[in-house]
Design a protein around this ligand. Structure first.
Ligand code: ARG
Length: 479
């Protein structure tokens, strides 16, 4: 017998049940579903809509269902349709008639909107915790780099030397913006939809604010139609996740490149590499490659969700059931990528000599020679031209700029003096002493400032988490 079986005389078509079922994946929502039901039951009892004795029976039954679910004792066969139905059916078996009152003033439409919001709220904070760990690992990596240099690149051609730590801090900046996006979408997720019913609201004297308080929400939805049909909080979360994955893919790509014989700037810990079944010498950065590769999946989920919502008529449509697998997989994939990236960052070795040597090579100090002339008063464009010719001279004679003699320099421009011979990468880096620049003092200050901001972010996340209800208390506190 279906929940909705009253007006049906026959059975579902064969195949229809399996095709329509969500329980194969939405069973993951069970803790949130039970939590929502417990809060709803308490509110109904407090408002005199359901007798206290029945509410107590429902809460006791939900406790039992929750412990059965926690110990994998309930099956999720397709005929159960979805997790809401499964839980209500088991509750009915356990407590009988009172269970029939649980769905008063509620529809599965506002119920699923609630469950997904509860899951997203927690997922956002979990992702923030993961990002904070990763950002701290990156700051530590920068600190381990000390005064190590690497070539900064544009077009993947050596451009100008930078501190290794400055390069690593660029990723902290990206991830910090990602954290900001997550926090921002948290505000719009933290809104309680129960009381919207199927779409129009419910004809009972319910107290939506009480339900919201019990579940630790900051506010309630303002329009019942929007409340059951809105999934843009899911799109926002997955969009933030897609961008995190995209940032991780850039970092992963650099780990792959940097650990090649060609670059050789870092060595990944053996524990995060694998061998080849054929070539005995190989040590492959598979995990970094997988982080790069999994990004495609997360991006795909974002596009799937946008396409799902496009042109969908108000209010609830079953299409919305398709949001879950995309959401769950995006959340799991990004959490896994952030976790493994953190471990790789913590365990990798920096090959300081090799990186610092590369930083000074391939004419990466050419801009500094041009800047030298510009500081002596000639327009930068002219200086650029002159140094370009010096680079040609070096190329012809197989040398670097710092190997040119003073005679050769003054031949190109009389403005060159003794101090222009042997401009060093260290000097070039120290000279970039502007806010946001790679001079050591600036980079150290940036690192300290980032650590302080991470401390604040951590505090903010833990405060938000404190608002979460405890499932145990919602089920067992006296009514
Ligand atoms: N399994 C459904 C979903 O994921 C739950 C809501 C079903 N509502 C309904 N009227 N069929 O969206």
């Amino acid at each position: 017998m279906k929940l909705w079986g009253g007006r049906f005389s026959g059975k579902s078509a064969s195949g229809a049940e399996a095709f329509g079922a969500a329980i194969g994946f939405d069973h993951r929502l069970w803790p949130y579903d039970v939590m929502g039901s417990a809060a709803h039951t308490r509110m109904l009892a407090r408002c005199g809509i359901v007798p206290i004795a029945d509410a107590r029976a429902i809460l006791a039954g939900l406790s039992e269902v929750a412990s059965e679910l926690a110990t994998n004792q309930l099956d999720f066969a397709p005929h159960w349709e979805d997790i809401h139905t499964r839980i209500e059916a088991r509750l009915t078996e356990l407590v009988g008639a009172p269970a029939g009152r649980l769905h008063t003033a509620r529809s599965r439409n506002d119920q699923i909107a609630l469950d997904v919001r509860l899951l997203c709220r927690e997922a956002i904070l979990d992702q923030l915790d993961g990002l904070i760990h990763l950002m701290r690992a990156l700051l530590e990596l920068g600190a381990r780099g000390g005064d190590a240099l690497i070539p900064g690149y544009t077009h993947l051609q050596r451009a100008q030397p930078v501190l290794f730590s400055h390069h690593v801090h660029a990723y902290v900046e990206m991830l910090e913006r990602d954290a900001g996006r997550l926090l921002d979408c948290y505000r719009r997720t933290d809104v309680m939809p129960l009381g919207s019913g199927a779409l129009a609201g419910v004809p009972y004297p319910i107290d939506r604010d009480l339900t919201a308080r019990l579940l630790g929400f900051s506010s309630i939805t303002r329009n019942s139609i929007d409340a059951v049909s809105d999934r843009d909080f899911v799109v926002e979360l997955v969009s933030a996740l897609a961008l995190i994955a995209t940032h991780l893919s850039r970092l992963a790509e650099e780990l792959v490149l940097w650990s090649t014989a060609e670059f050789g700037f870092i060595t990944l810990d053996e524990a995060y590499t694998t061998g080849s079944s054929m070539m005995p010498q190989k040590r492959n950065p598979d995990l970094a490659e997988l982080v790069r590769g999994k990004t495609g999946r997360v991006m795909g989920h974002l596009v799937a969700l946008l396409a799902l919502l496009k042109a969908l008529p108000l209010a609830y449509d079953k299409d919305l059931q398709e949001d879950k697998e995309a959401l769950f997989d995006a959340v799991d994939t990004v959490a896994a990528c952030v976790g493994i990236t953190t471990e790789m960052i913590r365990s990798l070795r920096i090959n300081r000599e090799r990186a610092s040597q590369a930083a000074a090579g391939e004419f990466s100090l050419a801009t500094d020679y041009a800047d030298y002339l510009t500081r002596k008063g000639i327009p930068f464009r002219d200086a650029h031209q002159i140094v370009g010719q010096l680079v040609q001279l070096c190329e012809r004679s197989g040398r670097e700029l710092h190997e040119l003699t003073l005679d050769e320099l003054t031949m190109a421009s009389p403005l060159f003096e003794r101090d222009a011979v042997g401009i060093t990468a260290e000097g070039a880096i120290a000279a970039r002493d502007v806010p946001g620049g790679t001079a050591p003092s600036r980079v150290q200050a940036a690192s300290r400032a980032a650590e302080a901001r991470l401390g604040d972010l951590d505090g903010a996340v833990q405060r938000l988490r404190e608002a979460f209800p405890s499932l145990d208390r919602l089920l067992s506190e006296p009514l």
